[in-house]
Ligand binder design. Structure first.
Ligand code: ADP
Ligand code: MG
Length: 230
């Protein structure tokens, strides 16, 4: 199978002093190219932990994590950061924009790690802002944007380096229903028309309906839909 994400027996434990807490238990997961997955489950079930392993923001305790053809559980530090810059775009609940920078400077940030020239960077930034429908807000600071617009800028930033996959952690968690639907529609368009593979954490069943399929977590394990309805 042409998987973008392949997890094999992935276990995650947090250790503090003599205490060890296992928060993911021997997970297996395959996500093919072009998928749009909604990862659902109660608070504390391990969704963010799993997403951060897929995005290379954190390391496993045991098991294999293969993303975009690389054993990322074997990478660390600079190697992992380089891999992330090439392959993953992140979208967070609270946008995580730099408040002092305009929308276009925020979107440009991931490109500063590449060898693109200034004019190439600005061309890509303009294209990404156009995709999210915010070309006319390029010079605005985050404080001059609505929540929905700020999240669009964050999505443009996540896209600008043309990553292999987008990982989104509760991307509509801070937005009203109408704005959330706009953002989810945008993610759906990125998946359907631009072929972006998306893994999105959400606890909102309406948000999950925009995905191609839904995965459910409970207490650190992935549970099948059948198990939920049993
Ligand atoms: P979710 O995103 O589903 O709400 P998380 O992945 O954030 O869940 O957390 C899963 C479990 O792991 C929780 O019990 C949480 O307390 C624990 N946890 C998360 N991050 C850490 C950490 N850095 N150190 C210790 N425990 C953590
Ligand atoms: Mg979370």
């Amino acid at each position: 199978m042409n998987s973008i994400v392949s997890l094999k027996n992935v276990t995650k434990r947090y250790v503090r002093g003599k205490q060890s807490v296992e928060v993911l238990h021997a997970l297996n997961l395959e996500i093919p190219a072009g998928d749009f997955v909604a990862l659902m489950g109660p608070s504390g079930s391990g969704k963010t932990t799993l997403l951060n392993l897929i995005g290379g923001l954190d390391n496993t305790t045991e098991g294999e994590v293969i993303v975009a053809g690389e054993r990322i559980d074997r990478l660390s530090g600079g190697g992992l950061a380089k891999w992330r810059a090439r392959h993953v775009g992140f979208v967070f609940q609270f946008y995580n924009l730099m408040p002092m920078l305009s929308a276009e400077r925020n979107v440009e940030l991931p490109l500063l790690l590449t060898s693109l020239s200034k004019s190439q960077r600005m061309k890509n930034v303009a294209a990404a802002l156009t995709v999210v429908g915010l070309a006319d807000r390029a010079r605005h600071k985050p404080s001059e944007l609505s929540g929905g617009q700020a999240q669009r800028v964050a999505i443009a930033r996540a896209l600008v380096a043309d990553p292999t996959l987008l990982v989104c952690d509760e991307p509509t968690g801070d937005l009203d229903r109408t704005t959330a639907d706009d953002i989810l529609g945008l993610l759906q368009t990125l998946n359907r028309e631009h072929g972006k593979t998306i893994v999105m954490v959400t606890h909102d069943p309406k948000a999950a309906e925009y995905a191609k399929r839904q995965l459910h977590m409970d207490k650190g394990s992935l549970v099948t839909a059948d198990a939920l309805h049993a």
